[in-house]
Every structure is written in structure tokens, then in C-alpha cells.
Write a protein that binds this ligand. Structure first.
Ligand code: ZN
Length: 278
């Protein structure tokens, strides 16, 4: 029995290059949802082609209600909606997942890359995990490693694929577009990217298989903000200390706690952002 989890984010989806493309409620988002769904569907079909028995999709973008369930293969199950213990990789913690795919992933805050960010699009300008600049892919790869689950496939722009070489060197990678600027890319069509993703996912099943859980803690995370008051706000979270004018840090014994504290920091910081002046 092989079960694959797909963590589906939207900024790295086919055709997406602009904030409105990923902002729920806009006409552009409506259009881009189907290209995003096409990427996820292609990955799922490829996993079934390769011999997977179960595919669970976890929505990981914004309010986590973007994908068109009605366009997915009937064998797919989808976890939709927000407020989940492990957020973008929810579902990995039950001991029954053999491999995870990061579909639609993107470069981290402060890096080059289409719609590059780490959780908060503007307020966070950099995240470091043990002094290594961290994307969402890198953080989530460490979380799933703690559950013994390998990353088998990563899709996104070419920069996201390059980033994945660092945290999941063995995973199959599919670049659906080539980065030109934060808001521009040379995009390939959904028909083309679906074929590429499906073929890679089929091969990626061979990489699935539970590993020994990585016990690598304690982990230290540093987060840099675009304004001074946000680092002050973040220290409301117990264990989070200011280490600079716009920078905080904390240490956690496990990745599970690391990611949950990170979530607390982003929630508190979001609440401290004003519409004008940030
Ligand atoms: Zn993201």
C-alpha cells in the first residue's frame, strides 16, 4: 500500500506570476485555479501511473480553498480549508504516508523567484533555519523528515526547483515556468506542464518509502521583518527574542514545535500590520 501526500501551494503553479493570480476572489485567481488544479491532477495521475494506491492532496495556499475538487480524478482525496496542526504538510503525521510532493512551491523570502516569500508576502524579508536561508520547501522538508517521509517531487518555477536541490536533492523536479522577475516568468502551457509533471510523478513513486525519522533538534529559527514594530510584536510569543532591530529568533527541540512556533509568530505579526505603513 503506497500513499502519497501532495502539499499544494499556488505561487509556483503553471501560469501564475502576479499577486492577483493567487488572491482569492479576484477574476485572475478564478482563472488560475484551474491551471493550479491541472498541476495537482497531473501529479496525482502520475503517482497512480507509478503504482501509488492512495493520493491525498493538502491545500496549502492562503485560505487553503483554491483547488477545484470536481476536476480531480475520482481516486484522489483532498484536505481543504485552514487551521491544521501541520499547516502546509498536514496529514504527514499519521504514519501512513510514504512520500510527499511539493506542488506549486516557490522561492523563499528575500530570494529571487516568482512571487518569492516565506509565509507572509511582504512583512517577512528573510527566514533562516540554523543559519540557512529558508523557503517554505526547506522548512516543510525538515518537518516531514521528522516523520520519516521523503520529498519525492517538487514543482514550481526554475528557482524553486533549484532551491529544492538543497533540501531534497533526490526528488524529481519540474519547472513549469522560468523566473524573469518577482512578477514575471516565461510560462509553459498547462498541456505541456501537465505532461511533464505526470511523467515525473510516475518516476517519483520509486523514491517513496518510509525512512528512519530524522531527530535533528534543537533547531534555531531567525525571522527578519520589514519594519521594527513587527519584531517587537513577535516577542509576545514565549521563547521568541529580539536579536536585532527587525529580527527575532527562537529555538525549539523538534521541527514540529519549530513550525508551530513559526505559525504563532506569523499570526501575531499579521495582526500587527497596518494597512498603511505596514
Ligand atoms: Zn507558499
Amino acid at each position: 500500500m503506497v500513499k502519497i501526500l501532495i502539499s499544494a501551494d499556488m505561487e509556483g503553479a503553471t501560469g501564475v506570476t502576479w499577486p492577483a493570480d493567487v488572491l482569492p476572489g479576484t477574476p485572475q485567481w478564478e482563472r488560475c485555479r484551474s491551471m493550479f488544479t491541472s498541476d495537482v491532477q497531473a501529479a496525482a495521475l502520475g503517482f497512480f501511473d507509478g503504482g501509488a494506491d492512495q493520493v491525498l492532496v493538502n491545500e496549502a495556499h492562503w485560505t487553503m480553498r483554491n483547488l477545484l475538487l470536481e476536476q480531480l480524478d475520482e481516486r484522489v482525496e483532498m484536505l481543504t480549508g485552514r487551521h491544521k496542526a501541520l499547516s502546509m504538510v498536514e496529514g504527514v503525521q499519521h504514519g501512513d504516508v510514504d512520500g510527499i510532493a511539493f506542488v506549486g512551491y516557490h522561492a523563499g523570502a528575500g530570494m529571487e523567484g516568482v512571487l518569492a516569500h516565506t509565509y507572509l508576502a511582504n512583512s517577512i524579508t528573510g527566514v533562516w533555519l540554523d543559519d540557512v536561508r529558508a523557503s517554505e520547501g526547506l522548512l516543510n522538508a525538515h518537518v516531514v523528515a521528522e516523520y520519516g517521509v521523503p520529498v519525492v517531487l517538487v514543482t514550481g518555477d526554475d528557482v524553486a526547483c533549484e532551491d529544492a536541490l538543497g533540501y531534497a536533492p533526490e526528488a524529481l523536479k519540474v519547472a513549469v515556468k522560468d523566473h524573469v522577475s518577482r512578477y514575471a516568468a516565461v510560462c509553459r502551457t498547462p498541456a505541456r506542464t501537465a505532461a511533464d509533471i505526470r511523467a515525473a510523478a510516475k518516476q517519483a513513486v520509486a523514491l517513496a518509502g518510509r525512512r528512519d525519522p530524522v531527530v535533528g533538534g534543537p533547531y534555531t529559527v531567525a525571522v527578519e521583518f520589514d519594519a521594527e514594530h513587527l519584531s517587537s510584536a513577535a516577542t509576545v510569543v514565549p521563547g521568541v527574542d529580539r536579536i536585532g532591530e527587525r529580527k527575532v529568533a527562537y529555538t525549539s527541540p523538534t521541527m514540529y514545535e519549530t513550525i508551530r512556533t513559526f505559525k504563532a509568530v506569523t499570526t501575531v505579526v499579521s495582526a500587527a500590520v497596518e494597512e498603511q505603513y505596514g
